[in-house]
Design a protein around this ligand. Structure first.
Ligand SMILES: Cc1ncc(C[n+]2csc(CCOP(=O)(O)OP(=O)(O)O)c2C)c(N)n1
Ligand SMILES: [Mg+2]
Length: 410
């Protein structure tokens, strides 16, 4: 005890740095099908261990097994595969468009497609998501037009948000997609507030809050959990743990809690972890949590265990802070490949049909891109008008803005 009395400051360190060999041996992956499926009205105190496990449906052979399997038809699964493939192709094209200078910024979902695509299919019309920038699958899976998304990315004359938002920060009330905020975690407390309002006005719509692993370190996350648990708000509290918050590994925000799901336990909130790269598991757990909210049983916290394969954004270079091959070592695989293999195993899909679908989807995305580009891109073609800048903020325009608009002659 030579240094008794000398205090030490602790900074968690990732297992491996660039140049090292990726190592996920510390990530315990339970067998698919091994997690129980509790009754919807289960006493949260009896399922605390689920905050430390991972619910999985698809096994290594591509079979759907266990009590969380069997909820989706062939048709629904084929549709889910198409949504994820569409999102991946959309991402690749828009990432390229950013490199070509057609937009200033882009953020991809590579490896995380199952989370938002499967969750959307468990919601009903009128439910409201409070998403982050990494849930465009909520829009794709709800049939929101890709052209409109691209118009927003290009801030062109057909951008429904008139160039006011950073590219990819979409907004659509109609599609249950609350305007994305660049200030992380603000949307979490807003989701809980929206859910409380829905209950106060005896409505039937529930809210879904979304946050990344890193952003759970913001105080809004904790404040949201207080309100959600006290008032049993009809909300699903989603945490997407993709292992990274730009260059910061998840161990920093997780601290000593063991898992992000475990954060919910101190609030008495049922908290589950799910394989975020397993479309069937994500959908089944989302359905369970959404039904609890809808039946006035209160909030559920869901941690999606996944991996951000791409860079954080078009402004990021992950080779500066993690081994290049880390994503290949990720033990939960690729969500598209896993669903594809499952559908082949079910006898309703094949490698040939997959290749054909890939080509069709690429064609559709390129056609949408051409149409969007006919309305302009960042530096070329149509732009929102100067007049738009004055509209849509105040119900009644204050005199100083009216004067400025006149001065601008618009
Ligand atoms: C309040 C606030 N702090 C910091 C930032 C800068 N920032 C943007 S994204 C990001 C990382 C977020 O990581 P995570 O929550 O894990 O989400 P992911 O990007 O992995 O989906 C940070 C720090 C911000 N936008 N807002
Ligand atoms: Mg993250």
């Amino acid at each position: 005890m030579a240094d008794a009395g000398m205090l030490r400051f602790h900074v968690p360190e990732p297992e491996v740095r660039p140049g090292g060999t990726p190592d996920f041996s510390n990530v315990t992956i339970p067998k698919a099908g091994s997690a129980p499926r509790p009754e919807i009205d289960v006493d949260p105190r009896t399922i605390r261990d689920m905050a430390f496990s991972i619910i999985r449906v698809l096994n290594r052979d591509g079979e759907a097994v266990g009590p969380w399997a069997g909820l989706l038809s062939d048709q629904e699964l084929l549709e889910g595969l198409r949504h994820m493939m569409t999102l991946r192709t959309f991402d690749a094209r828009m990432q390229m468009a950013q490199r070509q200078g057609k937009t200033s910024f882009y953020m991809q979902h590579l490896g995380e497609e199952a989370v938002s695509c499967a969750f959307r299919k468990a919601l009903a019309k009128g439910d409201m998501n409070f998403p982050t920038y990494r849930q465009a699958g909520l829009l794709i899976a709800d049939g929101y037009p890709m052209v409109t998304m691209m118009n927003q990315i290009y801030s062109n004359e057909a951008d429904p948000l008139k160039g006011r938002q950073l590219p990819i920060m979409y907004s659509s009330k109609e599609h249950g997609f609350f305007s994305i905020s660049g200030n992380l975690a603000t949307q979490y407390i807003q989701a809980v507030g929206w859910a409380m309002a829905s209950a106060i006005s005896n409505d039937s719509h529930i809210a879904a809050a979304w946050i990344g692993d890193g952003s759970t370190a913001e105080s809004d996350f904790h404040a949201a959990l207080v309100f959600a648990s006290t008032y049993k708000a009809p909300v699903v509290l989603n945490v997407v743990n993709n292992q990274w918050a730009i260059s910061t590994f998840q161990g920093i925000a997780r601290g000593g809690s063991g898992t992000f799901a475990a954060r919910g336990l101190g609030f008495g909130i049922p908290s589950l972890r799910v394989d975020g790269n397993d479309y069937l598991a994500v959908h089944a757990v989302a359905k369970w949590a959404i039904e609890r909210a809808r039946r006035n049983l209160g909030p559920t916290l869901v941690e999606y265990v996944t991996y951000r394969v791409g860079a954080h954004s078009s402004s990021d270079d992950p080779s500066a802070y993690r081994p290049k091959a880390e994503s290949d070592a990720w033990p939960l695989g690729d969500p598209i490949v896993r669903l594809k293999n499952h559908l082949i195993q079910r006898g309703v899909w094949s490698d040939e049909r997959h290749a054909q679908a890939e080509a069709e989807i690429l064609e559709t995305v390129i056609a949408a891109q051409k149409e969007a580009e006919s309305h302009g891109t960042l530096h070329a073609g149509g732009k929102p008008s100067t007049r738009d800048m004055f509209e849509g903020v105040y119900a009644e325009m204050p005199p100083h803005l009216r004067r400025q608009r006149q001065q601008a002659g618009v």
